[in-house]
Design a protein around this ligand. Structure first.
Ligand code: SAH
Length: 342
């Protein structure tokens, strides 16, 4: 059965044409879907006959909230959602001065195997469909009763390992008949699947690319990120420069600060020389301790020294503010906890 939310607008038009429907139906149905309806019967301006016809061919996906945690410190909300097949994913809603941001998942589990990450512990279960990725935005927004203005693809999964579905999601979420989130308000984070970064550059969708770099050289990066053995730092940075050239969008580098591993001033120096001259921004993230690994976050002094060194070299660097620290808001932690219990 087709999930109507998996179609792009053009695919929906084509699908409806096969059912003998006029073009304007796609507009009507697309708008309903993006308002968060959970069944075809809720589309009350379609005739009963058409609804019955649609029901024979298609469904409308929805998500069940299994658990919702809200931070008492900063209002951050973390959802554990259940998909129609019983698999579970996480999404996090964050309140910033510039608007409400949601961090969404793109896969159930992940096969990238990064040593510090809770999401990859059980491997990849399956990709999320475009509609299932969108559902996180729709249902979180309905639940909080507010518009979500920014989206980060930084939850569970590697977005570029689910390229086609992620791309269809991006087109739909940006669509004027949908929730219409501007591409400039969307960030996609990747561990560095180079061919897909190059493909994304050609799509003409000016989203921000975030690169999970986490190391200043290949020796350190290969220790915790297996992807580095396929595409080393220089190859990755070359792809980033290409992305920048084609899209004009400044690259963000994410750098998890791990005590004693990648946080010395020497490491900052190496990092600076690698990315020097590039329009970019470095986001320093004190690593979150996850029970599956022994990594410990850098101390505040080391983080400040690292940041200052980058800035001295003309590279803008910020330290990520920790949100939702009382609700395990970091990636994959909640799902993992549930798996262990059940
Ligand atoms: N797979 C994608 C997106 C998901 S992870 C990627 O690799 O970018 C979102 C970010 O959280 C990534 O930068 C990831 O490396 C980082 N991350 C994972 N585990 C972490 C941890 N324990 N502490 C800090 N950052 C972590």
């Amino acid at each position: 059965m087709n999930n109507l939310k998996d179609f792009t607008f053009e695919q929906l038009e084509q699908f409806l044409a096969t059912l003998g429907q006029p073009k304007f139906r796609a507009k009507q149905i697309f708008a309903w879907l993006h308002r968060g309806v959970t069944s075809i019967d809720e589309m009350t301006d379609l005739s009963k006959d058409l609804r019955n016809l649609l029901k024979q061919q298609a469904t409308v996906s929805s998500l069940k909230i299994v658990q919702k945690l809200q931070s008492k410190i900063d209002k951050t909300v973390k959802y554990l959602f259940e998909l129609s097949d019983g698999n579970r994913i996480e999404s996090v809603v964050m309140y910033y001065a510039h608007g409400i941001t949601i961090c969404i998942s793109t896969q159930v589990g992940c096969r990238m195997g990064c040593g510090f990450c809770a999401s990859t512990v059980g491997g990849l279960v399956r990709n999320l469909s475009a509609g299932e990725i969108l559902d996180q935005v729709l249902f979180a927004s309905l639940d909080i009763g507010e518009r979500i203005s920014n989206i980060v693809l930084m939850g569970i999964g590697e977005p570029l390992d689910n390229y086609e579905n992620v791309l269809n999601f991006l087109k739909n979420v940006n669509h004027p008949l949908g929730i219409n989130v501007g591409y400039r308000h969307i960030s996609l984070s990747t561990c560095g699947i180079v061919p897909k970064i190059l493909a994304l550059a050609e799509e003409n969708i000016p989203i921000t690319l975030s690169i999970s770099l986490h190391a200043p050289n290949d020796v350190i990066r290969s220790q915790s990120m297996p992807i580095n053995k396929s595409y080393d730092i220089d190859t990755l940075l070359k792809a980033c420069r290409q992305y920048l050239k084609v899209t004009g969008r400044r690259i963000t580098f994410e750098y998890a600060m791990i005590n004693g591993l990648n946080d010395s001033v020497d490491n900052a120096q190496q990092l600076a020389s690698k990315i020097k001259g590039m329009s970019c921004h470095v986001n320093l993230i004190p690593v979150n301790a996850v029970s599956e690994s022994s990594y410990v976050k850098s101390n505040a002094q080391a983080i400040r020294a690292f940041q200052q060194h980058l800035e001295k070299k003309g590279i803008p660097a910020t330290v990520r503010r920790e949100l939702g620290s009382d609700i395990q808001a970091a990636c994959g932690q909640l799902r993992q906890q549930h798996e262990q219990k059940s």
